[in-house]
Design a protein around this ligand. Structure first.
Ligand SMILES: Cc1cc2nc3c(=O)[nH]c(=O)nc-3n(C[C@H](O)[C@H](O)[C@H](O)COP(=O)(O)O)c2cc1C
Length: 362
């Protein structure tokens, strides 16, 4: 790959972080759908609030909360500082952290240190990141192993982002052999593989297929949070690009509906990401059966605008809000919370979706 494409990636990653912080990168009228699910309260909880634990086991490790920081950045100087601060916060709170796409690192090996937070924070649980479509172009299993080993990633996230690519001026649109490549990755990876969407959701049928090929976890990455198509369109100057108000930007399964679907698949370990900006939403996703909840932009905003402590404070409040909901439901552990799908009542749009998908009787 040419030096030019290396520069394009570097600028793109920097643009992404700046746009995510300064612009409205959600789509008007699109929510993550959790407001369409109401809990049946437990009036007499019969537990002590102080006995509630938000601890979970995920990919073989114990964490203090069922929350991870979804991959965001790397590949340019400022990204090193962001990733390092995120790593410190995640280590302190004992939750997993993801880095952004390591493609930059493959193209420009000198950017490795912007991802390699373990040099400073060796014990943080680190999730590496590569895009699946790249394997339809020039990536091989060797690129994958290098990306994983160079930063000692404990797990690897493979992002699937066809809609984002479609809106990128320099997007990669040849997705041929995507499943074949994913199969190769899952069969040969030495660490657990997480497949993640970044805002349009993954339907149950594909979740089933992902489980069958050996994905250790699936991040449904639904609509309603940061919109990648919109974010890309801010920087797309092509005459034929979609407009920022185009109806197509509403494309995607809202995170709540995708989570409900995905958690029906036996043996699927589901991460619920996409607009998960409050502990109440997280509690609903966990009650549906999600294993973890992923958060990206709000933590980045707190960190870049106000610093490491602000990001930590935001997360602590988030965990406390999960705990509050657990109290109101009368459950002491996340495992118990995960058995509470029957306490969630789908209403309005959620009912319509589940009826359309013949899932209302769950
Ligand atoms: C600035 C920024 C950069 C991101 N870069 C990546 C990336 O490189 N790889 C990836 O898989 N997801 C990336 N994401 C997507 C997030 O991991 C997440 O799926 C998405 O932002 C939805 O979560 P949110 O609504 O909490 O922001 C990025 C998100 C942000 C905000």
């Amino acid at each position: 790959m040419s030096e030019d494409s290396g520069m394009v990636i570097r600028n793109r990653k920097e643009d992404h972080v700046n746009l995510a912080i300064t612009e409205n990168v959600t789509v008007e009228g699109v929510t993550n759908g959790f407001e369409y699910f109401e809990f049946v309260p437990t009036a007499i909880p019969d537990i002590d609030f102080n006995d509630i634990s938000t601890g979970v086991t995920f990919l073989g490790r114990e964490f203090d909360a069922p929350v991870l920081i979804a991959g965001m950045t790397g590949g340019y100087p400022k990204a090193k500082e962001i990733n390092l601060k995120l790593a410190k916060v995640c280590h302190k709170l004992n939750i997993p952290m993801g880095v952004g796409s390591q493609r930059a690192m493959i193209v420009r090996p000198e950017t490795r240190e912007t991802f390699d937070v373990k040099q400073t924070v060796p014990d943080v649980f680190l999730i590496g990141n590569l895009g699946l479509v790249q394997f339809s172009y020039d990536f091989t299993m060797e690129s994958y192993v290098k990306a994983q080993q160079d930063i000692k990633a404990d797990a690897m996230a493979i992002h699937v982002n066809s809609f984002q690519e479609l809106c990128q001026p320099e997007g990669d649109l040849n997705w041929k052999d995507a499943w074949k490549n994913l199969d190769m990755i899952c069969k040969n990876s030495e660490v657990p593989v997480i497949v993640k969407e970044v805002g349009t959701g993954i339907a149950m049928e594909e979740v089933r297929r992902l489980v069958n090929i050996g994905c250790a976890a699936i991040d449904v990455g639904g609509a309603g949070g940061t919109s990648w198509p919109k974010l890309e369109l801010f920087r797309n100057e092509r005459e034929d690009a979609l407009s920022l108000t185009d109806e197509t930007l509403k494309w995607g399964i809202p995170t709540a509906f995708a989570t409900w679907e995905a958690t029906r698949v036996p043996k699927a370990s589901i991460i619920s990401t996409g607009g998960m900006y409050h502990g109440l939403m997280a509690a609903k996703a966990l009650a549906m059966g999600a294993k973890m909840v992923g958060v990206a932009r709000p933590v980045l905003q707190a960190l870049v605008n106000y610093g490491e402590e602000a990001a930590e404070k935001w997360l602590r409040q988030y965990f406390l809000n999960i705990k509050r909901v657990m109290f109101l439901l009368g459950v002491e552990t996340v495992e118990e919370l995960r058995g509470m799908k029957h306490k969630l009542i789908p209403m309005g749009k959620a009912r319509d979706w589940l009826e359309g998908r013949k899932m209302l009787s769950d």
